[in-house]
Each structure stands twice: as structure tokens, then as C-alpha cells.
Design a protein around this ligand. Structure first.
Ligand code: SF4
Ligand code: SF4
Length: 454
């Protein structure tokens, strides 16, 4: 057989999975006094009922997890955006129920999502189903400062979600060593979470990561058994010099730590792909949408346990469930095609914003994500005006489009010229963006185009 990086290993038996689960519990019970991660098997694709979303068996504990996980940070809202508005409950309920009926059994919420109301919404919907029929993931927010605050948060999370335990629990958005050191080690929050694991209130403990390679190595070298790790992974970030998804994934695979993928579509950026990339995709498989390509790319890697998608419309749920029903991985040629597509994509000038809103609110009211959205949308649609080519007749059309979109999408109080450059926002950005610099780039373009328009 031809050697492939993407080939799945032989399945393991249920008994073997249970044996390893017992071993993992024993090692986990050692907590900080335990040793480095014990090698385990690869997540194995297992069937699901016919016509349902495929599942992978977690070799650490035998959980059969749907390969599509429901990311609960982008529910539809009313009365504003995800930051200012409230969850639009009826369509959100429908989406969650539809996903569950299709076989999705992994739901990922967090303290910070939708100002805390995501946890409550997810809990309300899931309580109608048997507790053992779904896996609920929640996270300790990076904003917690003390052990007593962390304890209070954890107990509120359990009651908000209406559950006695979390199946998967994460130290959320680790991006700075000193934050982890202060909160989890010095304050003792990691010990507290390990205690919760021993008490059965957390079944699997991991972290979600947004930092650099040195920090990742440091976290993996700690004397603690990480049951899983959540990383940003998609075909554009795979070889990206900052995100380094390939390196992170490989380090986890070498340690046999199951990977949970976040941002597989990069906040929607891999839906509006450049025309040349779209053509490549269509030539390879005209049936697959860019979103399906992006999700399949991640799930083709065998150590990936589940791929989270933050779905905000029913049509996203329907399409994504279809993508993972009777899942077939991409071929080696298709994976190579996406690596090539990433080179093409990187040559345009998008701002690397995933629309997560972690930087909001700006104390001066700047609509950071809204401004980047307008800019990136113009890049994706190939209508970003280039002031150095202003004699080009396309330029007139493009500058009109940019200014109209900016006027319609960003209200007066959130405009880019309100930015003072205080840089309070950048440390909160998991993409490592220097936000005022990027805003200034957009401002320069808008000002130039507007002045020529007058
Ligand atoms: S740098 Fe600009 S966008 Fe960021 S917090 Fe300060 S004023 Fe707001
Ligand atoms: S600028 Fe950074 S923190 Fe703000 S929405 Fe974009 S990716 Fe998220």
C-alpha cells in the first residue's frame, strides 16, 4: 500500500478502549504529581447509525464523539450583534435540536460566549436528552484572577448548564505564559480542576491554545496529563508562520493526545475563497462547497477527534451535518491541492481576523471586527480599490463599493478614526493582531479613497 500521512490506523476494540480508559483515569488521578502523557491510540472513525454524522472513538476513554462538534459562540442574535445582542432563542433551539437529531453529540460552550447566555441556552436544550447521549464542553475563562473566583465560576457553569459534570473542560484561550502561571499554577486553579476530575465533575481536561510555539512546548512539558488539546487548525493556517497548525498538530499526534479543532473555516474566511482557489476546488470535486472542503481537511487528519463549527444559521447546520454523514476523508491529492491553495490565498492581503469579538468592546467604541469584516469582504470579492492604480476604470467602481459597504456596516460611533491607538485591544486578540496597526491600514485606505471621491 502507498504510504500516506492521512491513513487511519487499525481500529481498536471496545475492550481495549476501556482498558486504556482505566489506565488514563489512573494516570489522571496522579494529577500534578503524575508523569508525562502516556502514549495511547489514535482516535478511530467508528460508524454511526445510517444517515447520521460519523463518529470517532476517543482512545483515552472510549467516548464516541461526533466528528462535527457544535461550537456555541456564534448563535443568531436579536437586537444587535454577538456582542451587544441577545441570543435569538427559537432558531438557536431548532439548530441545536436538528444537529442532535443528525447525530452531533459534542457541544462546546464557554463562560464568555454571548455574555454567558450560551451556556444557559445549550443547557436548556440538552436537558431534554439523556445525559449520557451527549458530550458537553465548557471552559475556565482567561479573565478569572483568583482561585475563589475560579471556583465560583465553575459552580455557576454547572448550574447554568444544568449538569452535574462536564465531559470536556478546558483552560480557555491560553496565549500568555504568565497568565497560565499566575492563574493555574500560582493560584492553584489547575490543582482545583484536577480535583474536579477526580471527583467526576470533569471527565477530560484540556486547554484551548492561541499562543506561540515556545508556550505550547512549555504547556506540554508540564507534569500534567492533558487528555486533549484544542487548536486552531485549517488549510490556510496549516503552514502559516504564526499559527503553525501543522507543527502543533504533529506535536500532539506524537504524544497521542486527541486534537479538537477550532476555527476550521477561519471565522468564515475559507468560505469566501479567492476565485482561483474556488476553481481548483470545483475542478477537483464540484459537489463540495468551500466550507465542506475546510471541514474535511481537518477531519482527514487522524488524531482529530472532532471539528468544531460555530454555526449561526440552520443552513450551516444542515450542510455541515451532510459533510460529516458517512464521512470520507479527502484524498492525498486533494490535501496537496489545499496546501497549494493556501499559497495562493496568502498572496492576497486579508487581515487575519476571525471575527471572534474577544477584543470587544473597545473603550472608545471602535467597531474593530465590523471594520475588518468590511475590509476582508472587499478582498474576498476582489473589489478592494488600489489607490496606486487609480487610472484603472475598475478603481472607480471599487472605491464606491468600499465606501458604501463601510457606511452601511459600521455606524458613526464605531468608525475607524475613533481609534486612539491605546492598544488595549491587541493583548486580547487570539490571532496576535496588532489591532491599531491594522486599523490604521484600513483608515489610510478609506481616507485616501474618500478624499479622491470628493
Ligand atoms: S487601540 Fe483603538 S481599537 Fe484598540 S482599544 Fe484602543 S481605541 Fe480601541
Ligand atoms: S481583531 Fe482579533 S480579537 Fe478582534 S475579532 Fe478579530 S480575531 Fe477576534
Amino acid at each position: 500500500m502507498k504510504h500516506s500521512r492521512y491513513i487511519f490506523p487499525e481500529p481498536i476494540s471496545r475492550a481495549e478502549a476501556l482498558r486504556r480508559m482505566a489506565a488514563a483515569v489512573t494516570v489522571g488521578a496522579l494529577g500534578l504529581s503524575g508523569c508525562n502523557p502516556t502514549p495511547s491510540a489514535t482516535p478511530v472513525t467508528v460508524g454511526a447509525a445510517e444517515g447520521k454524522v460519523s463518529r470517532r472513538r476517543n482512545p483515552r476513554n472510549g467516548d464516541e464523539v461526533s466528528m462535527l462538534g457544535f461550537g456555541c459562540m456564534r448563535f443568531p442574535t436579536v437586537g444587535g450583534d454577538r456582542y451587544t445582542g441577545d441570543i435569538d432563542r427559537a432558531p438557536t433551539r431548532q439548530m441545536l435540536e436538528y444537529a442532535y437529531e443528525c447525530g452531533v453529540n459534542y457541544f462546546d460552550t464557554a463562560w464568555m460566549y454571548h455574555k454567558g447566555t450560551s451556556e444557559q441556552m445549550v443547557g436548556e436544550v440538552l436537558k431534554q436528552y439523556p445525559r449520557e447521549s451527549f458530550y458537553l464542553a465548557d471552559k475556565m475563562p482567561p479573565t478569572a484572577k483568583t482561585l475563589s473566583e475560579a471556583k465560583e465560576i465553575f459552580s455557576t457553569q454547572l448550574s447554568r448548564c444544568g449538569v452535574d459534570y462536564f465531559d470536556y473542560y478546558l483552560c480557555h484561550s491560553i496565549s500568555r505564559q504568565y497568565v497560565f502561571q499566575n492563574l493555574y499554577l500560582d493560584e492553584g486553579v489547575l490543582d482545583f480542576l484536577l480535583e474536579q476530575k477526580r471527583a467526576g465533575k470533569i471527565r477530560q481536561l484540556g486547554f484551548s491554545f492561541h499562543g506561540d510555539l515556545a508556550l505550547f512546548e512549555w504547556l506540554l512539558a508540564l507534569p500534567v496529563e492533558w487528555d486533549f488539546v484544542q487548536i486552531q487548525m485549517n488549510w490556510l493556517d496549516w503552514k502559516d508562520n504564526v499559527r503553525q497548525a501543522e507543527t502543533l498538530y504533529t506535536m500532539l499526534a506524537e504524544r497521542k493526545i486527541p486534537v479538537i479543532v477550532m476555527e476550521p473555516i477561519r471565522g468564515g474566511a475559507l468560505i469566501d475563497v479567492p476565485f482561483a482557489v474556488k476553481e481548483m476546488m470545483q475542478q477537483s470535486d464540484a459537489e463540495l462547497s468551500p466550507a465542506a472542503w475546510a471541514l474535511k481537511f481537518c477531519a482527514t487528519y487522524p488524531y482529530v477527534l472532532t471539528v468544531l463549527s460555530g454555526m449561526s444559521k440552520m443552513e450551516h447546520v444542515v450542510e455541515n451535518c451532510q459533510t460529516f454523514t458517512d464521512f470520507k476523508p479527502l484524498s492525498e491529492e486533494q490535501m496537496e491541492m489545499l496546501h497549494h491553495a493556501a499559497d495562493l490565498y496568502r498572496n492576497n492581503s486579508r487581515i487575519n481576523c476571525t471575527d471572534c469579538l474577544y477584543c470587544m468592546p473597545c473603550p472608545y467604541g471602535v467597531d474593530i471586527a465590523g471594520i475588518f469584516r468590511v475590509y476582508n469582504r472587499c478582498v474576498d470579492d476582489h473589489v478592494l480599490p488600489n489607490p496606486s492604480a487609480k487610472h484603472d476604470e475598475e478603481y472607480l467602481r471599487r472605491r464606491r463599493i468600499l465606501l458604501n459597504r463601510y457606511k452601511n456596516a459600521v455606524n458613526e460611533k464605531g468608525r475607524v478614526d475613533r481609534c486612539t491607538g491605546c492598544n488595549k485591544c491587541s493583548p486580547k486578540c487570539p490571532q496576535g493582531l496588532h489591532i491599531p496597526q491594522q486599523l490604521s491600514r484600513v483608515e489610510r485606505l478609506i481616507e485616501t479613497v474618500r478624499n479622491e471621491w470628493k
